[in-house]
Design a protein around this ligand. Sequence first.
Ligand code: AMP
Length: 396
Amino acid sequence: MLNKKSVDDINVKGKKVLVRCDFNVPLQEGKITDENRLVQALPTIQKLIKDGGKVILCSHLGKPKGEPKPELSLAPVAVRLAELLGQEVKFAKDDNVVGENAKAAVAAMKDGEVVLLENTRYRAEETKNGEAFSKELASLADVFVNDAFGTAHRAHCSNVGVTQFVDTAVVGYLMQKEIDFLGNAVNNPKRPFVAILGGSKVSSKISVIENLLDKVDTLIIGGGMAYTFLKAIGKETGKSLLEPDYLDYAKKMLDKAQEKGVKMLIPVDNVVAQEFSNDAPFKTVGQDIEEGYLGLDIGEETCKIYTEAIKDAKTVVWNGPMGVFEMSNFAKGTIAIAKALSEIDATTIIGGGDSAAAVNILGFGDKMSHISTGGGASLEFLEGKELPGVAAANDK
Ligand code: AMP
């Protein structure tokens, strides 16, 4: 399908290999609070070390907006990576990213050694995909490996621009895994194929809904976006999250699903409260929500219907929680879906961002076939778009 040359197709012995990773990890007072992205990057790095490459790692971290910000330095990542790899990771501290320090660190490398460059977004050109910085990055390396799925939907110097100035550009194992899972689900799913979409807004998932309606057997809607669909079929939604500009669109999608024979499910009952608060008294109502109340989770009956719809699926893609899962009183719908997915014999794919966080927090992470490391990137993939970061690392 999306056949890209990968690290398995190249010989890196004695070569300088620049690897774009996604080390955009959450930090609190210099401590990494979730190291999943580091762990997921290890297989590619270990392979390149084993094959005798000189492994030069780069990544962005947060949004330093084109200037050095010590609190967004990748230094803590170098320390933790060294522990995970069991070997030294030399941090090339350098406000210019590819300045004299970085060049000297790379020049001193022996085969199998690892150097980590400073946050690529210390340079303003990075997010503009500027030529000068792309060339500087490329000048460090003989080979480029893109393993940063989390930024694949952006065209930046360190994942796209750089590929124009190296002879060889391939993808790493993590990128390959993401492309394989998401690509197979979207283009060649085992059926029944069920997509579950939740989260706050219809507007952020319009293209996903449209694209998936052409592919899935069942489309399940939950979360804040469900209320725009309920309103569109004439229900009262109280003070629930609502996007009035998308009522026509929601109706059109429900009609389109019917035309296509896609089962599109919206909540039949809802957990509501008068305040957006875990301390607010709550109750379960049907599809109509009275004035003064807002829907914060799908109800028990809806959970049953959704669980039943998932039961025989062979491929499931899930993006967006079913309710305000961060508050325990409104997490039951999201838990029910996560549990249902953990119990079925199917390929289960969790889009990044909030759904990935929810599945992990709720303890179902290791029961899923794949949890994407890229929220925005996986959404754009599900929209059917070609991701610039993937396209650029093509067959060079
Ligand atoms: P998104 O980033 O669009 O996937 O939205 C995720 C957010 O949607 C989470 O922070 C949830 O708390 C929120 N959310 C889910 N259901 C609701 C709801 N019924 N009302 C308001 N926010 C919700």
